[in-house]
Write a protein that binds this ligand. Structure first.
Ligand code: ZN
Length: 887
């Protein structure tokens, strides 16, 4: 692994097209014991505007150039030049065939980009810029071509040889090796290239597309995992059907392969017809995977499949446009999950994630617009902002245009751009033109970073019988961008009376009253909307369905929140009202504890929770979401200076007070949803389990909890119930906890994915012992710094989901984390950079913790041979100090 390459900032404005058309690419991979020989034959045709370019520029890293020839003649030293990152071929002819042979060493590749080993097979990961570690090539998404790939390898060791497209030919060689030739008829950029070679098992199924194409579907895994692929296969079939039904999009090849690996930097990769997945998003059996895992698998399988159109058939011009494919495809996978399960629960879960992870990104050192203007290391921009906020932007198009209008826009987008590499502006233009509307101002969402603050107030005029909603917006200055403009913010609203009954709405200018909900468009800094025929002061139900990714402020009283919680027709608003009540209660207690007062619980919250527990009409999964107290991370976001210990103590106090006050209610609800039926993965069963386990987590705060959790663990036939019970027992330090943890380990020590749960469960445990425990986990024989899932389970969970452990006042948590980041950087800079991000909010803490974190940031910054990836994160974090005072 080479260190400290380039480190040059890339700017969106400086985009220039590649001056050559790549007409075809042919590859031969000869896989050897230590070395793989890659031969490429590339056909170029000059295509720059004035036809004067004579140099072909190719990207390449970490490889040995063996030979290079142009139009059949071998090139000599002066005919080309080769640096650590580029190969420049001089004096190229108008039409020109380059033949290049290189040697690469996949077995030395720990960065998991390019061609690398996992267990005893080889695979690739090329997005964003991994292909340049495989062969010299124009490694940019706007260079698209058709590939023909021949793979040669030992037949016994590598019986399965896969690449993109269709397998067109194969054969055996005399020396025990064999070969397979793949041909992909669709032009694609090299980031979508994939190759897999190894001894893998597979399960097979078929899908008949609407037009009658019979597609062979295969899921490849290591042999011992063959009994865990069924859910992934079902999810794939559901995805293919859904995309036909909802988006009118059909699959375009005869084969679709998925390969699962334990060693993967991300979740999964949408390579054309050969998806490669982190095994976490493929493998599931009721006893090994939780309901959350099952839903995650369905969502990610869907996501990668949907990329076939939104990403592969139409791709990005450059990496600044990443949200073009990711925001759109996340939106599509969210819609898929919503159509398959409860739309309301899915929306709540997505909003929870957006607010606890993307909002902090907006206010931190890595703030950037969904379409960034510059980057140092593109891998650092696979962010919540590009993905999740990007999906919110696409959702707002949908809200503004409606389903029909949105689908019209999608049709035009494919009509115009199928087979092209395009931009976010092209997508916007398709949406606008198909619906004959102007979306120019809406386009600001792509270029502006930061979370807009939406402030709402209401004025009731008794005499005029009107209610005026005054909406104003302000986006605070961010680390990357000082000046902000007004955005187009769709605000879905309704009005309730004091009994919770919905008003028929009539805005000034409308003919007559109609409907209970309106979509208001806030386009200026401040606007007023007048509702007529409102006799008494109403309760506004605001931002229904979370219609825009903003922070909302409205001076609700507790009793107004209780009315919304009980009566609003919008499930999101009802959930939000419950969250807000709980949040106020917890934050008030943080303040009480900080000044040495006794914490206390207001009756409103207890009453609200009692009503939730008594509600047997509503979907249990929704009740479970409403009963779940806001996470510590989200509560931290609400404080000017984050008080980690105060938040932890206050949240625990509120939880245990509610549990004690409503012990019987929790217990009865627990019993009522406790399944006596055997496990099922139906949405209804999942919903009951989620409510049951939320009740259990409260009951663990009472005397009866421990024995309840122990018997749940004992009788459980699925991982959801097992994990909820075991984790609960650990959190309350039940006497049998350590023994049960050991039994779990003995049971699952050979199972990498289940052991990830064992690791993360412990890394998340709060309090004084956290650090000692994490040290032990790092020394555990099952832990490995080269495996990203293990790194995320221990180092990731400790630094990002264990606030009291990580932020131990003496700084020992920071020190341990910095050591891990530096060690990891030598193996896998991409994952190290992710982990380094744990320090991002450092300026939000008290001065003692700030100083301690700053010292660790500086220690990492000056480490020898620091990668560009980590360096970008650290330098941005340190620069935050200068701006944080002015924000
Ligand atoms: Zn994606």
């Amino acid at each position: 692994m080479k260190k400290g390459l380039s480190g040059k900032t890339v700017y969106r404005e400086k985009y220039t097209p590649y001056p050559w058309t790549l007409e075809h690419a042919r590859f031969r991979f000869d896989i050897g014991e230590d070395v793989t020989r890659v031969l490429s034959v590339l056909q170029f045709n000059r295509s720059d505007a004035d036809g004067s370019v004579t140099e072909i520029e190719l990207d390449g890293q970490d490889m040995e150039l063996v030979t290079i020839a142009m139009n059949g003649s071998r090139l000599e030293a002066g005919d080309y030049s080769c640096t650590a990152e580029k190969l420049l071929v001089h004096n190229a002819t108008q039409r020109c065939e380059l033949e290049i042979e290189v040697l690469i060493k996949p077995h030395e590749n720990t960065a998991l980009e390019g061609l690398y080993p996992s267990s005893d097979f080889l695979l690739t990961q090329c997005e964003a810029e991994g292909f340049r570690k495989i062969s010299y090539f124009p490694d940019r998404p706007d260079v698209m071509t058709c590939y023909e790939v021949t793979i040669i390898a030992d037949k016994q060791r590598y019986p399965v040889l896969l690449s993109n497209g269709n397998a067109v030919e194969s054969g055996d060689l005399d020396d025990g090796r064999h070969w397979v030739r793949w041909s992909d008829p669709f032009a694609k950029p090299c980031y979508l290239f994939a190759l897999v070679a190894g001894n893998l098992a597979c399960i097979e199924d078929h899908f008949k597309t609407r037009s009658g194409r019979d597609v062979t579907l295969r899921v490849y895994v290591e042999h011992e995992n063959q009994d865990r692929c069924e859910h992934a296969m079902e999810s794939l079939i559901h995805s293919m059907k859904w995309d036909e039904d909802r988006f009118d999009l059909e699959y375009d090849l005869d084969i679709y392969n998925i390969v699962a690996t334990n060693d993967f930097n991300m979740g999964a990769m949408e390579n054309k017809s050969l998806n490669i997945f982190n095994s976490k998003y493929v493998l599931a059996r009721p006893d090994t995977a939780t309901d959350f895992d099952y839903q995650g698998i369905e969502g990610v399988i869907g996501h990668e499949y949907f990329h076939n159109w939104t990403g592969n058939r139409v791709t990005c011009q450059d990496w600044f446009q990443l949200t073009l494919k990711e925001g759109l495809t996340v939106f599509r996978d969210q819609e898929f999950s919503s159509d398959m399960h409860s739309r309301a629960v899915k929306r709540i879960q997505d909003v929870r994630q957006l607010r606890s992870r993307q909002f902090p990104e907006d206010s931190g050192p890595m703030s950037h617009p969904a379409r960034p203007d510059k980057y140092l290391e593109i891998n650092n921009f696979y962010t919540m902002t590009v993905y999740q906020k990007g999906a919110e932007i696409v959702r707002m198009y949908h809200t503004l245009l409606g389903e029909d209008g949105f689908q019209k826009g999608m049709k035009l987008y494919f009509q115009r751009h199928d087979g092209q590499a395009v931009t976010c502006d092209d997508f916007l233009a398709s949406m606008a033109d198909a619906n004959e509307v102007c979306l120019e101002k809406f386009g600001r969402w792509y270029g502006q970073s930061g979370t807009p603050q939406l402030t709402v107030s209401g004025h009731h005029d008794v005499d005029a019988r009107t209610f005026t909603l005054i909406l104003s917006q302000r986006t605070p200055a961010t680390h990357d961008q000082e000046i902000k403009q007004a955005l187009v913010i769709p605000v879905a609203v309704g009005l309730l009376d004091s009994q919770g009954k919905a008003h028929e709405l009539r805005l000034t200018g409308e003919d007559g009253p109609g409907g209970h909900s309106r979509l208001l468009l806030l386009e200026e800094d401040k606007q007023e909307f007048v509702f007529e025929g409102i006799a008494e002061q109403p309760i506004p139900s605001l931002l229904r369905g979370f219609s825009a990714p903003v922070k909302l402020e409205y001076p609700y009283t507790s009793s107004e929140l209780a009315v919304l919680m009980a009566h609003d027709s919008d499930a999101f608003v009802r959930w939000e009202a419950a969250q807000l009540l709980a949040q106020r209660e917890i934050l008030a207690n943080v303040e009480r504890l900080a000044i040495g007062s006794d914490p206390r619980l207001m009756p409103e919250l207890t009453e609200a929770f009692a009503a939730l527990l008594a509600d047997t009409e509503t979907d249990p999964a929704l009740i479970a979401e409403a009963l779940s107290l806001p996470a510590e991370e989200y509560l931290a976001e609400q404080m000017k200076v984050i008080d980690v210990d105060g938040i932890h103590a206050a949240r625990k106090f509120v939880k245990s007070s509610l549990a004690k006050a409503l012990g019987n209610e929790f217990s009865m609800r627990y019993q009522s949803v406790d399944d006596t039926e055997p496990y099922s993965k139906s949405p209804a069963s999942m919903a009951r389990r989620s409510l049951k386990n939320v009740c259990l987590s409260f009951l663990l705060e009472t005397d009866s909890g421990v024995s309840l959790a122990e018997s749940q663990l004992e009788s459980s036939d699925n991982m959801t119930d097992t994990l909820a019970a075991l984790q609960g027992l650990l959190w309350v330090e039940a006497p049998a906890a350590d023994h049960l943890l050991k039994a779990f380990e003995d049971n699952w020590s050979e199972d990498a994915l289940v052991m990830d749960k064992w690791f993360s469960m412990q890394a998340a445990l709060p309090g004084k012992r956290a650090l000692e425990r994490v040290r032990q986990l790092l020394d555990h024989p099952g832990f490995s710094l080269t495996n990203p899932n293990k790194v995320r389970s221990v180092i990731g969970v400790f630094s990002m989901a264990n606030p009291t452990g990580f932020h131990t006042a003496d700084g020992s948590g920071y020190r341990l984390h910095a050591d891990q980041v530096m060690a990891l950087d030598k193996l896998n800079p991409q994952v190290a950079a992710r982990m380094a991000g744990a320090f991002n909010p450092w300026t939000r803490y008290d001065s003692q913790r700030r100083d301690l974190m700053k010292a660790e940031l500086n220690r990492i910054r000056t480490a020898e041979g620091l990668s560009a990836s980590v360096s970008e994160i650290i330098n941005n974090a340190l620069a935050m100090e200068k701006t944080s005072s002015s924000l």
